[in-house]
Every structure is written in structure tokens, then in C-alpha cells.
Design a protein around this ligand. Structure first.
Ligand code: 6MZ
Length: 363
């Protein structure tokens, strides 16, 4: 496990509100309880519970959103989530979140995202690169950690890029609004669009106009695909040729064939799939087949807070469940560089980081 922590890693599938520290969630809930906004004892056991079905997970998200959707809290959780990933040597994070609108507190999708950016700006304990290169002076890899210390030790550096999520409960217009916002915020580190939310809600056709527009405009797209059985939707999604997909749990032979010939990278979330029972047991997880077929895959956390995991734990779990050694784990982490949505210069820096680590970690 210690070795998995020390290895540089790339996180490409992490939902902001799913990645909140339990301690933070409980602290905020307690505060709201004291103010009489919620009844703390009603929500405490829901937050502390660790085994949840997929249905229960989405009920929990509704509760989390009640607790976290104000500008100050969004800023705080963004800061903490990025710090937590950086502490476990995640060197590149694509953080996704659903921009939210709440007129009663003066929140627009834009002001929600500004609160996220504020969270990135307020981080001091690690060095965060979130503005695309060319927009500011980039820090070459050779200068990293030089004269850049916190409490006397060199700071960790993390690249952060953002994906705006469309929730499957949203309308075509709301989805388009999110895509337009993503386009306006490209200079601020937004690189793409994600389609997520409860997979039994909504229709693929509702989101298609917004996703097609996003693709035309050069945004990168990742779709939650096949988290529940839905042959028609899975086939349409694969036909859309997204740049990546998440989960791919409920594919049949035909869809596997289509996926493999398309070479669309798959974001694999082991703990999430097991906890939500979208995959009944780790030894039959499609990781094995895709890994053996050399299909592009990347290990991710999905919701590190909700599922009490970390990216290091996901690598550790893959090592023990699928009998992978250090070399295989390192290669798995390193190949993820090819699937990031950020610009080429970042890829080059990440390749350098992995090269340096390869020598240092003796793999
Ligand atoms: C589908 C998921 C998800 O956007 O408020 N989300 N969507 N499948 C999953 N697997 C378990 N986990 C999280 O983060 C929370 C939102 O991310 C999506 C859901 O829409 C959830 O409301 P944000 O930061």
C-alpha cells in the first residue's frame, strides 16, 4: 500500500461532491443542524454508512447537495479534495462536477464554477497548476519543487483540469447551458464534459444536442456508459464516439466488440462497482478482460468520500485481486497519461514525471 501511495498517479474520474472527506461532511451537517436547517441525527447515520446500493448512493447525493451547495462550502470542498489527491501523489487530476443553480441563494451555474475555481486558488499547501499553458507562465518539470516549500518540506505539485457534468435529470436546455459555460471557461482549465447522474433517469436523446455541440466545439467528452443494463443506450453512446467512457459494467458481447474496435479508453472504478453491486464480485470484473486485451483503461476512484477509498487503494486492490506486480501497476498508472484531456505540454511534463519516478521507485 505504501508503495502504491508513493507512485505518481493520474485520476480521471472523480466527482467533486462524491470525494468530500467524511469529517468535513459531518462538520457541515452538524453546523446546519445547530442552525435548525436540517436534523443532524437524521443525516448522521446516512453519512456514516458505508455499504450502499446504487439507488442509495443517489439518495445520498441528494442529501450531500443540500449540505454543500453554497459558494463557501463549494470552495472549501474543492480545496480539500485537491489537497487529498495531491497528498497521495496524484500528479494530474481531472475533477468533474455538476454546475448548480439555486436562485434562493443567488447561485448560478457560473457562480458555482467560480466558487470551484476559488477553491483551486486558495490552495497553498500544494502547488496547483490549473490554468492551461499559454494562458500563464508554465512551470517546467525541472523547476518543480525547487524553492517551493511548505513547512520546510518541498511542496507536491498537481495539475488540475475540470470537467463539467450534465446530470441525467437535466433538460436539453440545461445541458446546453452547461456546455456553453464550459466553452466560456476553457481559459480557466475546463477541458470537457461528462454525462452522469442516476443511470435509470433521463433519455440519451435529451443530452445528444448538447453533447454534439460540445464535440463540434472541440470539448472532450466522457460518458457514464452501461452502469446499468440498457443495450440501446450503450450502443448509441458507443456510436457517438466519446473520448472516454466510465464504468462499462453491463456490456454484452456485441458491445464489448464495438468498444474494443473503437479503442475508447475506459475509466474503471473497482470499489464503486463492487459497493454498488453493478459488478457482483471483483474476480469477474471486466478489468481482467480489458487488461488482457490491452484495451486502454485507467483506474479511478469515482467517489472517494462516498466509497471510503483513495486512488492508491484502487491500485492496491487491483494488485491483490488481479495479481499485478509493481511493474504492471506502474505501467498502468503511466499509460493513463495518454488518455488525459489536457493539452500536449501537460502530457510531456507528466511523461517526464513518470520517467523520473521509474528510476527512483526501482520498477
Ligand atoms: C453516475 C455519479 C456517480 O457533480 O455534485 N455521480 N453518476 N454514477 C455514479 N456512480 C456511483 N457518482 C457520482 O458530484 C456528485 C454527482 O456526480 C454524479 C451524480 O450526478 C452526483 O449527483 P457533483 O460534484
Amino acid at each position: 500500500m505504501e508503495w502504491c501511495v508513493s507512485m505518481p498517479k493520474i485520476e480521471l474520474h472523480a466527482h467533486l461532491n462524491g470525494s468530500i472527506r467524511d469529517s468535513t461532511l459531518l462538520e457541515i451537517a452538524r453546523g446546519l443542524g445547530e442552525k435548525g436547517v436540517i436534523v443532524f441525527s437524521d443525516v448522521e447515520h446516512v453519512i456514516r454508512k458505508s455499504d450502499r446500493t446504487l439507488h442509495e448512493v443517489f439518495k445520498l447525493f441528494d442529501l450531500i447537495h443540500v449540505i454543500t451547495t453554497d459558494h463557501k462550502t463549494v470552495t472549501r470542498i474543492t480545496k480539500e479534495v485537491v489537497e487529498d489527491f495531491a497528498y497521495e501523489n496524484v500528479v494530474y487530476l481531472e475533477l468533474r462536477t455538476t454546475p448548480k443553480k439555486n436562485d434562493s441563494i443567488g447561485m448560478s451555474k457560473r457562480s458555482y464554477m467560480e466558487a470551484v475555481l476559488e477553491g483551486l486558488r486558495t490552495i497553498t499547501v500544494v502547488d496547483v497548476d490549473f490554468v492551461p499553458h499559454g494562458m500563464n507562465v508554465s512551470i517546467p518539470v525541472t523547476n518543480m519543487n525547487v524553492d517551493n516549500t511548505f513547512n520546510g518540506t518541498s511542496k507536491k505539485k498537481i495539475y488540475v483540469r475540470l470537467l463539467l457534468s450534465i446530470d441525467r435529470r437535466e433538460s436539453t436546455e440545461a445541458a446546453l447551458e452547461t456546455v456553453k459555460l464550459a466553452l466560456e471557461m476553457r481559459d480557466l482549465g475546463v477541458v470537457g464534459i461528462d454525462l452522469s447522474g442516476n443511470p435509470i433517469m433521463g433519455q440519451w436523446n435529451t443530452f445528444l444536442p448538447a453533447l454534439e455541440f460540445a464535440k463540434e466545439q472541440g470539448l472532450q467528452i466522457t460518458l457514464h456508459c452501461g452502469e446499468v443494463p440498457n443495450k440501446k443506450e450503450i450502443q448509441s453512446m458507443l456510436g457517438f464516439l466519446p473520448h472516454r467512457i466510465g464504468h462499462a459494467c453491463c456490456f454484452e458481447e456485441e458491445e464489448w466488440r464495438k468498444l474494443k474496435s473503437s479503442e475508447i479508453p475506459v475509466e474503471i472504478c473497482l470499489t464503486s462497482n463492487i459497493r454498488t453491486e453493478t459488478i457482483s464480485s471483483i474476480d469477474i470484473h471486466h478489468f481482467v478482460d480489458l487488461y488482457n486485451a490491452k484495451h486502454p483503461i485507467v483506474l479511478c476512484t469515482d467517489d472517494s468520500g462516498v466509497f471510503s477509498t483513495t486512488l492508491s487503494q484502487e491500485y492496491h486492490l487491483a494488485a491483490s485481486a488481479f495479481d499485478l506486480g509493481k511493474r504492471e501497476l506502474f505501467q498502468l498508472a503511466k499509460t493513463a497519461v495518454n488518455f488525459i484531456f489536457a493539452e500536449g505540454e501537460v502530457k510531456q511534463d507528466l511523461e517526464d514525471i513518470f520517467c523520473l519516478a521509474e528510476n527512483k521507485l526501482d520498477v
